[in-house]
Write a protein that binds this ligand. Structure first.
Ligand SMILES: Nc1ncnc2c1ncn2[C@@H]1O[C@H](COP(=O)(O)OP(=O)(O)OP(=O)(O)O)[C@@H](O)[C@H]1O
Length: 223
């Protein structure tokens, strides 16, 4: 079922400093947005607010159709935020991939089958039994994407997913993100500069001076 996220009258302040004020923002499956803006303008904070991981000072974020929060403070189980330094659970790559599925109540057989598919999807099969903390930066980013992929994300927030990655790893991440897009996952990618992942996006939004400039069409994609 298609998900739609709506944010209205969002204001975020830290102390006396107002970071942003956004009247409306709508995201739905199929959307792909490059969230651009200089360092420190509030891209991470905005994406965390949209994903339900941080609270706005004013305003609301809602996702329809609504679903009960199962195991986390996320707004919705199919709205997923990935930090630029992926959070890795203790245990092997396989165990990391199984984590969310077990919490969702998948059976052992369902979990094993889905983990096998995710390992193949992310080309992490040779590393399946390696301790996840020992992966390289690029491998960790692929693991984080695969962990999201098994949960069938409707909306995926990618916070600087290519920061500190070499060219080959950036390309690998871009291929996985493109595949998620083709499956209908809406993506919002933050980055202060263009890269192969942001180039997949049909729209640009610019966070500047506390305002979100929306619906800037990415001409390069239609050239
Ligand atoms: N919990 C907090 N308390 C006070 N200030 C904060 C807090 N979290 C973030 N900030 C400040 O809010 C501003 C925006 O931070 P944020 O990480 O959202 O920006 P960003 O656009 O993602 O930056 P970058 O591109 O460098 O990652 C920064 O000046 C930061 O110091």
């Amino acid at each position: 079922m298609n998900l739609e996220l709506n944010a209205t009258n969002l204001i975020k302040r830290f102390g006396a400093r107002q970071l942003f004020s956004i009247d409306t923002l709508n995201l739905k499956e199929g959307d792909s947005i490059h969230l651009n803006g200089d360092n420190g303008v509030g891209k991470t904070t905005l994406m965390k607010v949209l994903a339900g991981l941080d609270k706005p000072c004013e305003g609301q974020v809602s996702v329809t159709p609504a679903k009960r929060k199962l195991w986390s403070s996320n707004l919705h189980p199919r709205v997923i935020y990935l930090h630029q330094s992926p959070y890795i659970f203790s245990g092997t790559v396989r165990e990391n991939l199984a984590y969310g599925l077990k919490l969702r109540g998948s059976s052992r057989q369902q979990t094993n089958d889905a983990v096998d598919k995710a390992l193949s999807w992310s080309r992490l099969e040779p590393l399946a039994h390696q301790q996840a903390y020992s992966l390289s930066g690029g491998e960790k980013q692929r693991l984080a994407l695969a962990r999201a992929w098994v949960l069938n994300p409707g909306l995926l927030f990618l916070d600087e997913p290519t920061a500190n990655l070499d060219k080959k790893s950036v390309q690998n991440v871009a291929e996985l993100v493109a595949d998620l897009q083709n499956c209908g996952t809406a993506i919002m990618v933050s980055s202060h500069q263009s890269n192969p992942v942001t180039e997949l996006c049909k729209q640009n939004m610019l966070l500047t001076g506390g305002q979100l400039k929306k619906n800037v069409v990415n001409e390069a994609l239609y050239a």
